[in-house]
Write a protein that binds this ligand. Structure first.
Ligand code: PGA
Length: 248
């Protein structure tokens, strides 16, 4: 199982160090693949402190360009060289607050893959879309636009994070049945666009208000391969609780 922590814009490098002093020594007790998506400024300390452990370091965004005139941006090549192995692409906060469109997301994914990074592509519907039964269409469109032009073998390096936008940071979660239904839709899209084995093998995680109390229930979903956790990963004891509940 993959457990991905999204720190969002939280923790300074010093705070990240303090956090990792509590997490790293215990990480060997867990079998999951733990991925910490840190703010850019915490990547160096994160990489240093997790050296020799199975914890992987992720970033939360990358620039679609390789280098040059993009003040304030960070490229895939820079992330790779900094020791990053995963990068979130298309988180709903990037799509809505920073107006990242599907064309840019497609370029970001291609740049990440070219630089040897694993991509965590975030997709999910709004509440209005859900209420008007558009979830399947939204997932299909978001996935197809983002993965346009990719080869089937590149899917090995892609994880799709299903995050209903209305469930992010809201305390609202989906029933296990609904999570499996959405994961089923995603697998079908991949099957139709690539192949049945690609649909079966694509890695899917669920995210949206997962916490130490509901994680036992949510992780019963059978069609997902892990979880993406925001708010509840920031507190060490809550994150450790999530790790021990999902440690099978
Ligand atoms: P949340 O965030 O767990 O705080 O809902 C998840 C995410 O946005 O990745």
């Amino acid at each position: 199982m993959k457990i991905i922590a999204n720190f969002k814009m939280n923790k300074t490098p010093f705070e990240t160090k303090e956090y990792l002093m509590n997490i790293v020594p215990k990480s060997k007790d867990f079998n999951q693949e733990i991925i910490l998506c840190l703010p850019y400024t915490s990547i160096a300390i994160g990489k240093f402190m997790t050296e020799g452990t199975s914890i992987k370091i992720g970033a939360q965004n990358l620039c679609e360009e390789e280098e040059g005139h993009s003040t304030g941006e960070i490229s895939g090549r820079m992330l790779k060289d900094a020791g990053v192995s995963y990068v979130l692409v298309g988180h709903s906060e990037r799509r809505s607050k920073f107006k990242e469109n599907s064309k840019a997301l497609n370029k970001k994914i291609k740049s990440a893959l070219k630089n040897g990074l694993n991509v965590i592509l975030c997709v999910g519907e709004t509440l209005a879309e859900r209420n008007t039964l558009k979830t399947a269409q939204v997932l299909k469109d978001e996935i197809e636009e983002a993965l346009k032009g990719l080869y089937e073998n590149e899917l090995e390096n892609i994880t799709i994070a299903y995050e209903p936008i209305w469930a992010i940071g809201s305390g609202k979660t989906l029933a296990v049945k609904e999570i499996d239904m959405a994961a089923g839709i995603i697998r079908k899209v991949i099957t139709n666009d690539f192949s049945p084995s690609a649909g079966e093998n694509i890695s899917i995680v669920y995210g949206g208000s997962v916490n130490s109390k509901n994680v036992g229930q949510i992780s019963k979903a059978k069609k997902i391969n892990g979880l993406l956790i925001g708010g509840a990963c920031l507190d060490e004891s809550s994150f450790l609780q999530i790790l021990s509940t999902t440690n099978h």
